[in-house]
Design a protein. Structure first.
Length: 120
């Protein structure tokens, strides 16, 4: 079973969005790559990750809107199962420098979903 852990948001004005979560909502920033990404804890074990607009954030330039992020025990196994069921994997599985192994798919209506496994 997957665990919901984050929502990725591609903001039209990155700096304003970061200031809103930090200064207005008072959410703790748990990770930051200045100008590229800011992760805010908005609820117990749930974060919103703010990115600049997707056009400015390769390789995600074709992604639009929000991304639902789910943690799973074995990302490679799940990717293979979903491919066999007809899903089209848009990116990955790949291992990020942070140690997260992930892949992205898009639902028929355009919602981007990320599945990830934290590698030790």
């Amino acid at each position: 079973m997957a665990k919901l852990n984050a929502l990725e948001h591609h903001a039209s004005d990155f700096d304003k969005e970061v200031a809103f979560f930090r200064d207005v909502l008072g959410c703790p920033m748990t990770r930051e790559l200045p100008g590229k990404m800011a992760r805010f804890e908005v609820a117990d074990e749930f974060s919103i990750v703010v990115f600049p607009h997707a056009d400015d954030h390769p390789p995600y330039a074709s992604f639009r809107g929000e991304t639902v992020c789910l943690s799973v025990p074995n990302v490679d196994e799940l990717a293979e199962q979903l491919k066999q069921r007809g899903a089209t994997i848009r990116l990955g599985p790949t291992t990020q420098p942070s140690g997260l192994r992930n892949f992205f798919l898009e639902t028929p209506s355009g919602l981007t979903m990320e599945y990830g496994t934290r590698m030790s």
